[in-house]
Design a protein around this ligand. Sequence first.
Ligand code: ADP
Ligand code: MG
Length: 303
Amino acid sequence: MNFAVEAKNLIKNFGELRAVDGISFGIKRGETFAILGENGAGKSTTMRMIACRSPLSAGELSVAGLNVSIEDRKVRSLIGVVPQENNLDPDLNVRENLLVYSRYFRIPKETAQARCAELLDFIRLNEKAEAKVEQLSGGMKRRLMIARALLHRPKILLLDEPTTGLDPNVRQEIWEKLEELRRTENLTIVLSTHYMDEAEKLAQRLLVMAQGKIVVEGVPRKIIENRVKKFALEIREADPIELQNVNGIISQRRGQTHIYFAENLERLAPLMSLYGSRQMILRPANLEDVFLQLSDAGAVESE
Ligand SMILES: Nc1ncnc2c1ncn2[C@@H]1O[C@H](COP(=O)(O)OP(=O)(O)O)[C@@H](O)[C@H]1O
Ligand SMILES: [Mg+2]
């Protein structure tokens, strides 16, 4: 298979610290792929190696079949990068931020102007084209970072925590833009996040990192169904009732909350009557459940 990004035994050391510890994965063309993990897991370091911004300590890494250690110039022309921290130029307005960047890619002036207009339209910042960066909201800055990364029409878009610290409605807006890009431009999107819902919503496939290693990978729905069961019954303020152990049902205590997982809803119904009038939520199992289960088993260190 010809992957958009392929890593084999990828390693990154910072002195004594091994930030990325022998990971292997393949990202398919045209998919959205998420790298999940808590702070310090090694997500940004992995993204920076893919973006040719940090040399590998060992292993192999290719982007569109090109070795990143040798053909870094070519790789850079194929990828658009949105780093974890915004690095827009505060002295320039919105449009100028895009135009200046287009020079790095030697995009001819007229093409650049047309492309900027198109992108400002896409991120709905037309009316802010003359505004200074400091006048933008957090979500607008992030959208401008995304537009800037798209200037040279990359084939692969790398986003390091695209929505961290943003309001729910702003996150939603960014998710819609990313989904639109994947659908209409056939872009390969690689994003890192510590939000389970973001990964579950956007990614066709994902991997979860902890301490530089991959702890789980695959299709979100499949991971959920393999690791937990299809449905979850969540009961708030469940104590002092005893946690029930029923065959075929996984039971879990999270603080004051009791959670039961089962393959079908019918199996969970009898438990509901047991808890009477307590607040309950019956829902599909999600990635957060998987993650919490992993931490329970000690595979992932939680904060
Ligand atoms: N430039 C660096 N020098 C030294 N240590 C670093 C550097 N960059 C990252 N690290 C360390 O590598 C580990 C992984 O960091 P990072 O990739 O930023 O994690 P994440 O993005 O998942 O939060 C952390 O322990 C971090 O402190
Ligand atoms: Mg990071």
